[in-house]
Design a protein around this ligand. Structure first.
Ligand code: S3P
Length: 172
């Protein structure tokens, strides 16, 4: 079990508000691993918040930044890689993540996602569409990408971060 844990990175994927960053922070302490947050690395590189990158340069530019950060993480070891919600839409990103990582998909119901993200203005994909219908629609579009990329799927509804991490470790 331990050998398997330390042979691989753990990449967390899933829709916005499924708890990737929260789980990543908790899990890295539980497993004494390093942490790489793809969105945070983009923000650091571009020196501006995600919503400004979208507003100034558009989504395609953001996706290119995302792909190049994911590529740069290939050589990392013992690392939890927390991906943005749209990262696995590009097949190359999935390929690059798979080279070094077990991919864990976090899921949650649209209603719970809305509760978690509704007061956050930093998610341009949901700008002007902060409602359950839109979340359902986008989730349906992305479902196959998420499920195809995932080695493990963990549902996060009605669980605290500790329970999620314990379930995740057992399934690794
Ligand atoms: C996005 C999700 C965001 C961020 C960007 C785009 C998406 O990350 O990468 O706003 O397309 O789902 P989180 O999933 O951490 O919110």
């Amino acid at each position: 079990q331990c050998k398997r844990l330390f042979d691989h990175n753990i990449a967390l994927i899933g829709f916005m508000g499924t708890g990737k960053s929260t789980v990543s922070r908790y899990l890295k302490d539980m497993l004494s691993m390093n942490e790489a947050d793809v969105d945070a690395m983009i923000v650091e590189e571009q020196k501006m918040p995600i919503k400004d990158i979208f507003a100034q340069y558009g989504e395609e530019y953001f996706r290119n930044c995302e792909s190049s950060v994911i590529l740069s993480l290939q050589s990392r070891r013992h690392t939890i890689i927390s991906c943005g919600g749209g990262a696995v839409i590009r097949e190359d990103n999935v390929k690059n993540l798979k080279k070094s990582s077990r991919i864990v998909l976090l899921t949650a119901s649209p209603e719970i996602i809305l509760e978690r993200v509704k007061d956050d203005g930093g998610r341009p994909i949901l700008n002007g569409n902060m409602n359950v219908e839109y979340i359902k629609e986008l989730m349906a579009k992305r479902k196959d990408f998420y499920e195809k990329a995932a080695d493990i799927i963990i549902d996060t509804d009605h669980k605290n971060v500790r329970q999620i991490c314990e379930e995740l470790i057992i399934s690794l």
